[in-house]
Design a binder for this molecule. Structure first.
Ligand code: ADP
Ligand code: MG
Length: 209
């Protein structure tokens, strides 16, 4: 388990703090100082993950924390990285770095063992699991909104009918990401629209009472 601290936001800086900003990229709590560098996180978490995958182990990263604690930042980077694609920004998060590393390691392995004709396949899927209504939505095919989790004795846990797209370059990954972002935006709109309708109904109901 790795705990990552993010720098305080504007409002937090004005409040009484237990965590103090020690410099531009470090924080202190009591006698301990923490830095928040995306490259360090990649070396600590991303690199071993790529090597484990290439060695045949299932690997995952689970980002856990309350809203605003820095999960998206850690996994993708600041909003500019997400909208302009995984550029060379030093702030880019784990996901673009992991893919870059994975593709370069695959190239390396293939040229190192060119006599063996190694063949690698990378497939990507994106899903959103909503705790609110316990639905799994396929973010690459948003018409699929109530997918089921199943278990196969041989291959383990999987999500039925979840779209899987082949990727072999960073460009492929970025294109998928654009699609996912569009879907998330659409789902957010839909969600707030439904919420408004419900609120309206609830209000009406109260009025009747
Ligand atoms: P979450 O996904 O957990 O809800 P975010 O990743 O969106 O949280 O982070 C909340 C805010 O804090 C965003 O404005 C983000 O850019 C900023 N932030 C998070 N982590 C860091 C960090 N390590 N360095 C600088 N800013 C950060
Ligand atoms: Mg987030």
């Amino acid at each position: 388990v790795i705990v990552r601290l993010r720098p305080p936001g504007k409002q937090e800086e004005e409040a009484d703090l237990i965590v103090e900003k020690a410099s531009v990229n470090s924080l202190s709590i009591l006698d301990h100082t923490f830095t928040f560098d995306s490259e360090d996180i990649f070396r600590l978490v991303g690199l071993p993950l790529v090597e484990n995958c290439l060695a045949g182990f299932n690997s995952s990263i689970f980002a856990y924390g309350q809203t605003g604690s820095g999960k998206t930042y850690t996994m993708w980077g600041p909003p500019s990285v997400m909208s302009e694609g995984a550029s060379s920004s030093t702030d880019r998060g784990l996901t673009p770095r992991v893919f870059e590393r994975l593709f370069s390691r695959i190239d390396e392995e293939q040229s190192k063992h060119s006599d063996k004709q190694l063949n690698y396949q990378c497939r990507c899927s994106f899903l959103e699991a909503s705790i609110y209504n316990e639905q799994i939505t396929d973010l690459l095919e948003p018409t699929q909104r109530n997918l089921q989790i199943r278990e196969d004795v041989r291959t383990g846990v999987y999500v039925d009918y979840l779209t899987e797209e082949y990727v072999s370059t960073m460009k492929d990954v970025n294109n998928l990401l654009l699609k996912v972002k569009f879907t998330c935006y659409y789902l957010k709109l839909l969600c707030s629209y439904m919420l408004n309708i419900n609120k309206h109904h609830i209000r009406k109901f109260h009025n009747c009472l």
